[in-house]
Design a protein around this ligand. Sequence first.
Ligand code: DTR
Length: 341
Amino acid sequence: MRGKTVIGLVGVLLAAFCLGVLGTVPAAAAEPIKLSYANFPPAPTFPCVQMERWKTEVEKRTNGQVLINTYPGGTLLDAKDMMDGVIAGQANIGCLCMAYQPGRFIVTNSTSLPLGIPDALVGSLVLWDLYNKYKPEEFAQVKVLTMFVTAPSNIMSKVPVRNLADLKGLDIRASGGAAVIISALGGNAVGMPMSATPEALQKGVVKGLFSSLEVMKDFKFAELCKYVTLTDTVVYPFAVVMNMNTWNSLPADIKKVLDDLALEQCRWTGDYMDNHVQEANKWSQETQKVEFIALSPEEKAKWDEKLKFITDKWIEEAKAKGLSGEAIVDDIMALIKKHSK
Ligand code: DTR
């Protein structure tokens, strides 16, 4: 009887010792945390490429404790439902293009003003710093996992656009700040998410679009749009957000992995975007015989002149909404300088 008690006691002590020393054993044996990640455009496009990269890194860095199920192509949430869908918990994570809801994301959409963001890498770093400085109210209900922007936008069209007269009244698909710019240049801006654009181009609802040029390859727009007019103007800002209850339920070590990845993912995506645009341009020119139209300095000066009022007008509108519009614009200019070095 006594012998059995001793054996039992030793067993208990041994188990307690193992738990103490190998505290990770029960955790590793626990079920992994499964998270859904919704995205609106098709899988081969850049928002989904960055999503797959993030998934791979998170699964690796948490040793499989977190598994991410990705849903590209609007299969879980559509472009315009993304933010509210994540807030409501229809997906744990979602990737959204903030330019599709200009009135909702005023501070972060200011990166779409014509302020000279030179590329996606610099723009992404500018956006991330801006977000962290202002922490706008519209993100209070979610955890922001990262942000990034596209490369600057150019006009892709079925007909050549060599000057302002060619653009006059032309139906060009653009959203948010990009739509403001197309309108200011005299075009007819037609708003819709990128995911609706292939059909609109095919059916002739629009004659072209205003976006970063990697879509010429990723959406095969080069098969329809044989002209690119180089303006290198506006970028479109994106955010990746997580449902707040999901975030609050995560263990501290997992939260740290996700926080540590935020800036790295912003930089990775900007870099991927810039390189991918180069590849897409080569493909468009060499295999699709797309003509790239560079504006003469005199013509470009006329275009820039038309955009001058946009920033001042935005500052006034931001002020009317209680935001420090001037300070935000000054910050963007300073951040462009800082990150361009
Ligand atoms: N330029 C924005 C955003 C954008 C650029 N490339 C892609 C690819 C897939 C979805 C969105 C975007 C736009 O025109 O919507």
